[in-house]
Write a protein that binds this ligand. Sequence first.
Ligand code: ADE
Ligand code: ZN
Ligand code: ZN
Length: 283
Amino acid sequence: MRFVLRSTQAASLCLLITGWWVPMSESLGWSRYAHETSGHLAEIHLSAEAQTAVEALLGDDSLGEVAAWADRVRGERRDTAPYHYVNGPRDQLRPSHDDLHLPQGTAYTAVLKYQQALRDDDLPRQTRIEALKFLVHFVGDIHQPLHTGFADDRGGNDFEVIYRDEPYNLHRYWDLNVIEPRLDRFSAREYADHLNRSYSDAQKALWITQTDPKPWVTEARRYIFAGLYPVPRHGEHEGGQQRTTPVPIMDETYRDVWMPAAELQLARSGLRLAGILNEVFAD
Ligand code: ADE
Ligand code: ZN
Ligand code: ZN
């Protein structure tokens, strides 16, 4: 509920500024809640050295607290807008080298770029602080399957669905709603603790070693190729309104199938972020 309120506020704020309602789904990104959860989960798995280095850069802020910052500055930092996703072809699971390395950058190149910046002690302190905040965020984004989707529908932003009897889009549902039952139950920090308890030590020990972002992209895209796009249905939707064209309905059956996948992705993102930071700050 809390988040629903927040997104409504964002929409009205948009109306206020632009004088016209422009959907804010893209700029909100894989929800603030998901990013914060991933950051808090990483905190649990930082080495002592990485913890010290992170504290030296962020001061009183934690990884969870800075994780959604990149979405808030997307408007001012136009160069970073393409860093929030990495798309690939519809007919091929694995993105090509060119898909990963677009001239304007992708989420994949962003993770490499900011990791490199963090390793560079000669860079100004402010640049390295930003690099850390961007890194936390883009590791999270790559784990939202629709941030690794198709360019022609902008990662499902242009794919219309019905959610709670209202027109909605698939990307937005995945950013904001797929894990909504968790939001009603846990704060981001509690959710990170819950995820940490939900997966085995062996599983987490493997994820923390998986610091190369290239396989993450294929892994996230696998969900898209395994039926993440819901099938349009004919007939009445739940509001009782007859539709002439079939539109997919985001119902509880869909959530029961896909929430576990979204959670698994969140858990992986937290552990992999910790793995990267532990490596970066070990040298
Ligand atoms: N714009 C284009 N592709 C996108 C994606 N996969 N996610 C978010 N915004 C996009
Ligand atoms: Zn998004
Ligand atoms: Zn983002």
